[in-house]
Write a protein that binds this ligand. Structure first.
Ligand SMILES: Nc1ncnc2c1ncn2[C@@H]1O[C@H](COP(=O)(O)OP(=O)(O)OP(=O)(O)O)[C@@H](O)[C@H]1O
Ligand SMILES: [Mg+2]
Length: 243
């Protein structure tokens, strides 16, 4: 199987003079159908890795993408324009070359899909945090991605909104999702919620200081003895987060 992503010794330097070494020698191979969670403290490099996968930051080393890969990235803070919810989605499609009438129709379908049909005319920026996150997911869904890249998709949401957004992620990316929801089951997301990681991931990658210190199937990651054997640092992180 051709991997979706194959990264070898990937480095990313940020800041005006490239003084921040945000990723330091990342080796990561992601196969179709995998559901990878990126975990680690603030500043460990999760967002940078997602941006690198999306091609938004220049990288050193090798980063290969599968041909035909259609990735959609939902940012940690959804970027919405001062436009109606409908137009926020339609504009993204139009910018990708769809005719306006078609883009609008697809956008309406996407809003329906995330339960925001009633808010189609509402300014995207005037929606609640949970609604904005759903709108960002609708915008991604409308682009028919086969890989979903989600950066802390439920950060700052209350438990109810978190549950709703998680349920959407689940249906959009579930293996065997209906063609309408086709995500191909491939998901790479970052999260500070270990409960969410357990629910959504099949594999967990632990980052620290721009390096991968652990990369394990979800069962192994949440088995304290096994995790401690692979990476005492990752084990300490999980203990702290769970305290
Ligand atoms: N535009 C930028 N310019 C300079 N440094 C940056 C930039 N963006 C991120 N960094 C730095 O790169 C490192 C990795 O940041 P990144 O945002 O990837 O971390 P993160 O794991 O997503 O953290 P968080 O959990 O807080 O979202 C940090 O040291 C951060 O300060
Ligand atoms: Mg981040």
């Amino acid at each position: 199987m051709t991997p979706l992503y194959d990264l070898r010794r990937v480095h990313v330097r940020l800041g005006p003079a490239g003084q921040v070494h945000a990723l330091r020698g990342i080796d990561l191979c992601v196969q179709p159908g995998e559901r990878v969670a990126l975990v680690g403290s603030n500043g460990s490099g999760k967002s940078t890795l997602l941006r690198a996968l999306m091609g938004l930051v220049p990288v050193g080393g090798e980063l290969h993408r599968a041909p035909g890969l259609r990735a959609a990235l939902v940012f940690q803070r959804p970027y919405l324009m001062r436009l109606s919810a409908l137009h926020n989605v339609a504009l993204a499609l139009w910018l990708q070359g769809q005719r306006w009438a078609r883009a609008r129709a697809r956008a309406a379908q996407a809003l329906e899909r995330v339960g925001l049909a009633a808010y189609a005319g509402r300014n995207g920026r005037a929606l609640s945090g949970g609604q904005q996150q759903r709108l960002a997911l609708a915008r991604a869904w409308a682009q028919r991605p086969n890989v979903w890249l989600l950066d802390e998709p439920t950060a700052s949401l209350d438990p109810q909104a978190r549950q709703e957004v998680e349920a959407l992620i689940h249906t959009f990316t579930a293996p065997g999702a209906s063609p309408a929801d086709a995500g191909g089951g491939s998901l790479i997301f970052s999260s500070h919620h270990l409960g969410q990681v357990r629910r959504l991931a099949s594999r967990v990658v632990y980052l620290e200081g721009g390096r991968i210190l652990a990369d394990l199937p979800v069962e192994a990651f949440f088995c304290p003895e096994e995790l401690a054997r692979h990476s005492p640092r990752a084990h300490a992180f999980v203990q702290e987060e769970s305290a």
